[in-house]
Design a protein around this ligand. Structure first.
Ligand code: PEP
Ligand code: MG
Length: 309
């Protein structure tokens, strides 16, 4: 029906770009840069990061490349860094919280990203934001980095777009407020589900409770999209749910603008999108949002969404 939906891919290292190009995706919706920091003996230098980000931006030509600042902590540790032992690492010093405690490392990464930004369509995204104060502090640090690059006469794209991941319940609840401070959102369902439902995403004993079909999760996603659109910003999703064939029509019905997934999901998701009109998907979504249990929702999706090519 001529409605255009953006299908992007998630990557973890610069060499994964080739698979994204092979699948003819519309961009990179999530570059998980922490993998550049892992399996080595020291932090990567600004130059090394710059070269990696630049090569991704160039290979993608003018398609968007969303670079997420590094998300260390939780289950991702660095062998060369002495992390404090935490009772609950997923609720601890992770992602942006770690960066705000090591502003030197954070600024090195931001410099590398900004310098690479003139070679393509790079956007910067911040993970695990849970308070407005954090976002304001992050934006201030970004401005400081821009200022120092200007003073050094180093080129960068002045109007580089910035976005934040929505992956904590507080960010979801305050989406209307956060939307006034960024150019886009990307919903990180992997974490949003675990924090909304209080279910550790890695604990096999409670994995039956970890569900993107939980009505609380679906309501939260719907609220985030509505809040973003009221402030005229676009909203994507880069958690696993974005590549879930049964959920894709529901997310389009909610108005999600961009989906970012593993390259292996791209063809199936494109096929599914082509099977339904946006109007049909809106009707489906309205029904789903009225349902109250995972079972009821899954049954309805199984009966109404064709998932096999
Ligand atoms: C998410 O939480 O959905 C996400 C994409 O981030 P990560 O899986 O890297 O935590
Ligand atoms: Mg996450």
């Amino acid at each position: 029906d001529q409605v255009k939906i953006e299908i992007a891919c998630n990557i973890g290292t610069p060499d994964e770009v080739d698979r994204v190009i092979e699948k003819n995706a519309d961009g990179i919706g999530l570059f998980r840069t922490e993998f550049i920091y892992m399996n080595r003996n020291d932090f990567p230098s600004e130059e090394e990061q710059y070269k990696g980000y630049k090569s991704v931006a160039q290979k993608m030509e003018q398609k968007p490349v969303i670079i997420r600042t590094f998300d260390i902590g939780g289950d991702k540790e660095l062998s060369y860094l002495d992390f404090p032992k935490e009772m609950n690492p997923f609720l601890g010093c992770r992602a942006i919280r770690f960066c705000l405690g090591r502003i030197d490392l954070f600024k090195t990464q931001l410099r590398a990203i900004l310098r690479a930004s003139i070679f393509g369509n790079i956007k910067i995204m911040f993970p695990m934001i849970s308070t407005l104060e954090e976002l304001i502090q992050v934006k201030k640090i970004l401005e400081e980095v821009k200022e120092s690059l200007k003073n050094e006469k180093i080129a960068f794209h002045e109007k580089v777009e910035i976005g934040m991941m929505i992956e904590t319940p507080s960010a979801a609840l305050l989406a209307d407020i956060f939307a006034k401070h960024v150019d886009f959102f990307s919903i990180g369902t992997n974490d949003l589900i675990q924090y909304t439902l209080a279910v550790d995403r890695l604990n096999p004993h409670i994995s039956h409770l970890y569900s993107p079909y939980n009505p609380a999760v679906l309501r939260s996603i719907n609220h985030i999209i509505e809040a973003a659109h009221r402030e005229n910003i676009w909203v994507g999703m880069c958690g696993e749910a974005a590549g879930d064939p049964r959920l894709v029509p529901v997310l389009i019905g909610m108005g999600l603008d961009e989906f970012s997934m593993s390259p292996s999901s791209v063809l199936e998701v494109k096929w599914i999108i082509q099977q339904h009109s946006k109007e049909d998907m809106k009707i489906l979504t309205k029904k789903i949002l009225q349902m109250t249990t995972v079972d009821q929702i899954l049954r309805h999706l199984d009966n109404n969404v064709k998932v096999h090519i």
